[in-house]
Design a protein around this ligand. Structure first.
Ligand SMILES: [Zn+2]
Length: 462
């Protein structure tokens, strides 16, 4: 063995158990009953610690041109920060530019990410310029290891919006390829109505960002997207679901036997619209918006109960200076929040620590389900013999208060400032190599691998 992790409590999908883990050639080579590991060249003492699979954040946007600027984390800073937060795999987006083929979009994005990412990564392919050629290009993308697409029901100005016809045809093609379609579900026409009303009443303050996108402007879009997906036979995955009404829509479809997949993000679980009060309110603008306390509680229940299968971050950081460019007009705030580094600690602290999620459910929604849904299982997302040794060791007693200087994202604020979190890893390991240890980064930009994924089969809901 190259390395053994001794004495830890391993968290599997069926619960925590005591075991030692042996690692050879970057993979998990053996799982031993406690104290029975063979000798190895190196040992990690995990007594009193939790040993988890590396977290898979399936929704991040590094260095993305958006809202007239570029998100402040590039693949180097973002992946490094991810490692500090126990994330060992991320999936970003290759979004098609007008006139570009899907293959060109993918090739460009892959090159940028591969040069800089310190952790393993995959890509989803964002479809924005629908045509017979685009449709024809989807197969090539799937064959290149990208069996997941994304369509946006909003963002007409950015040139990203898919209307219902485009969305339906995209679903049809994805269904024939066994691919999954991720959908940003909001209704742009309703948002326009409420935006106009806010402006007519002279209100441009930060909370209008949220109030102009009421819950039903999301849940209606979720309903429509899932309906169209069901009629086409496509696997649909609703990204960053924020409203309790949307979760109820998903639950109705699940009750009808349609296997819709859905994710939410930490910002929708632990923040509510009180965040928009005060001079920093605009820092919290993201799409869909942070909602109400009752939404948070409902979403926690959906995550625990299984109707939401994944928690990801939608990491899209902008600095204070970038956010401050809004000039008092909620329509001009760059939308997005930093979060890749705090995903696991937020769920450990406010989910597991506050009795909302058992540890094994945390491992399902952060590791196993993302891996299954996006074609990475069992190489990623589980601590099993043969899996990649992507491993996180956590001291459940260690706490850290979030301050502007305490995190590694290229962002000078955190939405969680002042919060005291457990769950920052003592050790993050990728394919058997320690990349974070005791607050030190030991990885390097460019060491992450592009993950060629396969269309997932079978039952991915869990
Ligand atoms: Zn996103």
């Amino acid at each position: 063995m190259d390395l053994v992790i001794r004495g830890g409590t391993v968290v599997g999908e069926s619960g925590p158990y005591r075991a030692d883990i042996g690692i050879r050639d970057g993979r998990i080579a053996a799982i031993y009953s406690p104290g029975n590991a063979v000798e190895a060249r190196a040992t990690i003492d995990a007594n009193g610690k939790l040993v988890l699979p590396g977290v898979i954040d399936v929704h991040v946007h590094m260095e993305i041109p958006f809202c007239g600027t570029v998100s402040s984390d590039d693949f180097a800073s973002g992946s490094k920060a991810a490692a500090f937060g126990g994330v060992t795999t991320m999936i970003d987006f290759a979004i098609q530019a007008p006139g570009e083929t899907l293959a060109e979009a993918v090739a460009k994005r892959k090159e940028v990410a591969a040069a800089k990412s310190a952790i393993d990564f995959g890509l989803h392919c964002g479809i924005t310029d629908w045509s017979p050629a685009t449709r024809g290009g989807m197969r090539e993308v799937v064959e290149a290891g990208i069996p997941s697409f994304k369509v946006f029901m909003i963002y007409k100005q950015e040139g990203w919006m898919a209307d219902d016809g485009v969305m339906f045809e995209c679903f049809e093609e994805a269904a024939s390829l066994g691919a999954t379609v991720c959908v940003h579900a909001e209704n742009p026409y309703l948002i326009d109505v409420f935006t106009e009303r806010a402006l007519a009443s002279g209100r441009t303050d930060a909370v209008q960002h949220a109030l102009s996108r009421p819950n039903f402007s999301e849940s209606e879009a979720v309903q429509r997207a899932v309906y169209l997906a069901a009629m086409s036979g496509a696997k649909v995955y609703i990204v960053h679901m924020s409203a309790s009404d949307s979760a109820r829509v998903v639950e109705e479809w699940l009750a009808c036997g349609y296997p819709v997949l859905a994710e939410t993000c930490p910002q929708y679980l632990v923040l509510d619209n009180r965040a928009f009060e005060g001079p920093d309110g605009h820092l919290y603008a993201t799409c869909p918006p942070i909602r109400f306390e009752e939404d948070c509680e409902y979403l926690w229940g959906a995550v625990a109960g299984g109707s939401i299968q994944v928690v990801s971050t939608d990491h899209c950081s902008f600095t204070r200076a970038q956010k401050d460019a809004w000039g008092g007009d909620f329509r001009k705030i760059p939308f997005g929040l930093p979060g890749v580094e705090t995903l696991l600690p937020i769920l450990m602290t406010h989910g597991v620590g506050e009795g909302r999620l058992p540890l094994e459910r945390l491992v399902e929604v952060l590791c196993a389900n993302p891996a299954r849904i996006f074609g990475l299982y069992p190489e990623k997302g589980t601590l099993s013999v043969g899996s990649d040794a992507d491993i996180v060791v956590i001291d459940p007693k260690r706490k850290k208060q979030i301050t502007p200087g305490s995190l590694h994202m290229n962002c000078d604020y955190s939405p969680y400032e002042g919060d005291t979190l457990t769950g920052f890893p003592d050790i993050t390991m990728q394919r058997g190599r320690v990349i974070v240890e005791d607050g030190k980064f030991l990885g390097a930009a460019g060491e992450g691998r592009f993950l060629e994924r396969k269309p997932a089969g079978g039952d991915e809901s869990g």
